[in-house]
Design a binder for this molecule. Structure first.
Ligand SMILES: [Mg+2]
Length: 161
């Protein structure tokens, strides 16, 4: 069960204090999209998410939008935002996390992963040696596939809380 356990839990992604993590030596941030920083499947990058991402970049973080969703969905989210992305990430498989670490030339231990799912975002972070921060989902309703994961996740929470 330890593999499902996030290092930290946030009520919402905007609670993330970038400067603190910069001091701790983190260099990159992988951001999940659906129900972490956008409404699942349809949400575009609103002003709040845009300001958040731009702030992380201006602090000096390497930021990657990191989603299991398809490329057209991720591009719909990014719109004209200037940020790297990685779609079809196959989270929780560690290989995409490690791939990004290599590309960015940072160690997995220097990477923060923010996401709303234990079974994908956080498990993958733990498997690859990244620092997983669980963000509570933005809205109650999940996509169909995620709602299956969510049932399993609710059972896991009982063990790791
Ligand atoms: Mg998500």
């Amino acid at each position: 069960m330890a593999l499902f356990k996030p290092k930290e839990i946030l009520n919402i992604y905007t609670d993330f204090d970038g400067e603190k993590y910069l001091k701790d030596g983190f260099k990159a941030i992988l951001l999940d999209v659906d129900n972490t920083i956008a409404i699942p499947d349809t949400g575009t990058c609103d002003e709040k998410a845009e300001a958040f991402i731009n702030n992380l970049k201006s602090l000096g973080f390497k930021v990657v939008i990191f989603s299991n969703n398809n490329t057209s969905r991720v591009k719909m989210f990014i719109r004209d935002l200037d940020v790297d992305y990685y779609s079809f990430a196959l989270k929780p498989l560690p290989f995409s996390y490690l791939n990004i670490a290599k590309k960015l030339n940072v160690k997995p231990s220097e990477i923060i992963v923010m996401g709303d799912q234990l079974l994908t975002d956080i498990l993958g972070a733990n498997l690859s040696g990244c620092y997983g921060i669980y963000c509570k989902k933005l809205q109650e309703k999940d996509s169909t596939w995620t709602s299956i994961n969510r049932k399993i996740e609710n059972i896991i929470w009982r063990f790791i809380k």
